[in-house]
Design a protein around this ligand. Structure first.
Ligand SMILES: Cc1cc2nc3c(=O)[nH]c(=O)nc-3n(C[C@H](O)[C@H](O)[C@H](O)COP(=O)(O)O)c2cc1C
Length: 363
């Protein structure tokens, strides 16, 4: 009795974990995530459950196959005393109620899946998704300038963080001796990191070379920005940097300082919001890049969205190259749950939203 119940529990767990493994694999594939921690662990759990299942059903397995009973010269692998499975004069089974319910449920799930996958036609010709529609919609033209509304509001103020603790970063910046050619050709996305912490000097160097002030007179920065409007905020989420508390910080380029927004260990929060990608937990720091859309939108209107994403890309590449030159490992992360990351940063996801993450760790 006990054995049967155990067998049933293992079978149900097996079913569940098969679904989780398939779903996490499909999700990782669909979102372009090369390695998902959830998929890896559910794979291990699946292997363990298969082993337990086989162990519990070993007798059945052996009996069914008849391998152990077989001797050379015997006609078949199946032992003589094995009961005949189907009686030849048994009447053919009719379609039972359970089969009908299952068929109905399958039809309903198919219908719901179809409804879920179906998308209404987009208002722009030739567009099959919102991104393509937006791309067409945001093309500038002389007629467009007249046809589209011209008032896109005013530039917004900065995030209020009056009480936040400020930490001045070292001003001596060095990315080491590596040439630009070498940094570009050696740049790779690295997802496995050593446990060694980053130094504050490395962190300061990464931030300055990513988006620090490089022309103090005119307030211009390391990465280009449409109209020098700088819509990108950069939030280093620090896991392992020598001399700095773990927590969420904001970089203030004008002061080359950090502002501590919230202390704490955010490795699990990032891991969950990045679909189990372990790079975001193993890194010394994860730079979360957000866009404050209105900073660019008030001037560039419906083209602004293109610009803010391009600018995050510029900063991301600066981080990649600076990290490579310092002998560190960078990895850009585009597959994340927006709401989760926005919540971690305490930004509302509409006027300001996370657009890109770059994890950097020791190698
Ligand atoms: C916009 C963008 C999003 C990316 N998102 C992820 C991601 O979510 N997870 C990941 O492991 N790598 C991500 N990558 C890194 C790519 O997988 C990587 O650049 C690609 O495999 C090429 O390898 P390389 O960077 O080493 O040349 C992303 C890269 C870019 C540019």
């Amino acid at each position: 009795m006990m054995g049967k119940r155990m067998d049933l529990v293992v079978t149900l767990l097996l079913l569940l974990i098969v679904i989780v493994t398939v779903a996490t694999g499909l999700l990782a594939d669909a979102t372009g995530v090369p390695r998902s921690l959830f998929h890896r662990y559910s794979g291990y759990a699946l292997a363990a459950l298969v082993a337990v299942h086989v162990a519990l059903r070993w007798q059945d397995l052996v009996r069914t196959l008849g391998v152990l009973a077989w001797r050379p010269g015997q006609e078949s692998f199946v032992p003589r005393d094995r009961p005949v499975a189907v009686s030849p004069d048994r009447p053919p089974e009719r379609l039972g109620r359970r089969a009908l319910i299952l068929a109905g449920a399958a039809a309903l799930s198919g219908l719901l899946l179809g409804r879920w996958l179906w998308r209404p036609a987009l208002p722009v010709d030739g567009a099959t998704d919102l991104g393509m529609a937006y791309h067409q919609w945001s093309k500038p033209s002389y007629q467009g300038v007249l046809a589209k509304p011209l008032d896109w509001g005013m530039p917004p103020g900065s995030r209020e963080t009056a009480d936040a603790e400020r930490i001045a970063l070292p001003r001596e910046i060095s990315a080491g001796e590596m040439s630009l050619d070498d940094a570009i050709s050696r740049r790779r996305s690295v997802r496995d990191y050593a446990a060694r912490p980053l130094t504050v000097e490395q962190l300061a160097g990464l931030l300055h070379l990513a988006c620090g002030i490089t022309d103090a007179g005119r307030g211009l920065r390391a990465a280009p920005s449409a109209g020098a409007l700088y819509p990108t905020e950069i939030y280093p989420v620090i896991h392992n940097v020598d001399g700095l508390r773990q927590g969420i910080y904001r970089y203030l380029p004008d002061l080359h300082s950090l502002e501590l927004l919230r202390g704490g260990d955010f490795r699990t929060a990032l891991l969950l919001s990045c679909l189990g990608q372990d790079a975001v937990a193993g890194a010394g720091v994860v730079f979360v890049l957000t866009a404050v859309f209105q900073r660019t939108r008030w001037r560039y209107g419906d083209r602004a969205y293109r610009y803010v994403l391009l600018e995050a890309g510029h900063i991301g590449e600066n981080l990649y190259l600076a990290a490579t030159a310092m002998g560190l490992g960078p990895c850009g992360i585009g597959a994340f749950l927006d709401d989760g990351i926005n919540q971690v940063l305490d930004v509302n996801g509409t006027s300001e939203a996370a657009v890109y993450l770059v994890a950097v760790g020791a190698r």
